[in-house]
Ligand binder design. Sequence first.
Ligand SMILES: Nc1nc2c(ncn2[C@@H]2O[C@H](COP(=O)(O)OP(=O)(O)OP(=O)(O)O)[C@@H](O)[C@H]2O)c(=O)[nH]1
Ligand SMILES: [Mg+2]
Length: 167
Amino acid sequence: MIKKVKLLVVGDGGVGKTTLVKKFIRIRQGENVAKFANNEVKPTVGLEVETVDLEEVRVIIWDFSGQQRFKETFPDRLLRGAKVAIVVFDVSRVKTLQSAGEWAERVKSVNNDIKFVLVGNKIDLGKKVPQEMIDNLVKRLNAAYVETSAKEGVNVVKPFEEALRWV
Ligand SMILES: Nc1nc2c(ncn2[C@@H]2O[C@H](COP(=O)(O)OP(=O)(O)OP(=O)(O)O)[C@@H](O)[C@H]2O)c(=O)[nH]1
Ligand SMILES: [Mg+2]
């Protein structure tokens, strides 16, 4: 029986979660992501679930909408049973780091033993969030930290590698 792992991808609206997930999946499928049109990705409605089979595990990726309205209304049980969470923020917008902290707390409240990978995406736009704030959240969550540009295809696989290292 193949082991199944539920992996959450959460964070504020528009930080690049779906772009990251889709590019990771394309790379796994051996496709050239340079051909990936970024405008293929639309804001997530509710939640999108994708499955990736790796050598020893089947990874079920739950890519949540970061929109406020969805965040306020979806039931916690959708988060249940997850082993790892990739929490994404946008390094050019401080507010998204605060949201990342809130998302992580909520995830933790239903999955006590969950492991976190914090992702600072949109590094191509330049980092405007103070490193100290990032370090504080990393410490608080006992998380791994990866900086990415999902748009430019930089470091897209790394967050998933870090996340799956623990399963
Ligand atoms: N500059 C830049 N833009 C990015 C990057 N990653 C994603 N984007 C853009 O940011 C916008 C939002 O990307 P999505 O992947 O839809 O973001 P999301 O976090 O899934 O958003 P929701 O589903 O609404 O929660 C799109 O226009 C992307 O092309 C990046 O690394 N750099
Ligand atoms: Mg999305």
